[in-house]
Design a protein around this ligand. Sequence first.
Ligand code: SF4
Ligand code: SF4
Length: 247
Amino acid sequence: MTEQSPAPPTPDQMPGYASQIPQRNILAALFAPVAGFGVSLSNMFKPMVTEQYPREPANVKPRFHGRHQLNRYPDGLEKCIGCELCAWACPADAIYVEAGDNTPDAQYSPGERYGMVYQVNYLRCILCGMCTEACPTRALTMTNDFELAGPTRAGLIWEKQDLLVGLSSGMLAPPHPMVAGTKDTEYYRGEVTEATDAQRDWVRENRPDDPSLDGTRAGLAKAAPVGATRAAQQKITAGARREGGAR
Ligand code: SF4
Ligand code: SF4
């Protein structure tokens, strides 16, 4: 027969013990069993906060981790240097990168290499953001866009063209040379603020029909078209808004 261990002492049996829990007065003790109803009652008179998604776009927090974005420098060159650190940091093995060599005739990013192939597999990605922490050039960031449905499995692998941010004012579609007299360091330091006349002259000479030369919104959009997967996603989202009763 095994010997039973003694029962632990109650607080009254412990000399010098003083409870840190504040004692309730009589009124608080009386209403304690129904105090929970107070929370319900106070919420009954607050305005409704039901999100009308997909009828209206959902409001996510500013730091929400959504779809990735590949960024550009202010002259249009790509920030990605194809180093693959993002792919190595990814716990879900969701990123695939192949680097290409920049040449004087085809310079896509400052420095020696650029991200030639860039894929994010959203069947695997858990949107943790570790890839963005690993990126040395801030080429990779995350947007607030969480709409990542796809009609096929292949349609959930986003390619570089789907992830690359569009061209904005002052930019020129790559490839084109770096700003004269700069190295990648000047780009990292933010000392390049827009495409220069020398860069425009180079593009005019090598790609006279490049739509980004005119600098208009339409021209910039035409020079960096939305990728097929992103376009399919936009179509799905628009359809969901319509079926959800968008007004
Ligand atoms: S967010 Fe996380 S899971 Fe998704 S690609 Fe980046 S590191 Fe991988
Ligand atoms: S996104 Fe950043 S970490 Fe990934 S390959 Fe490009 S530069 Fe390297």
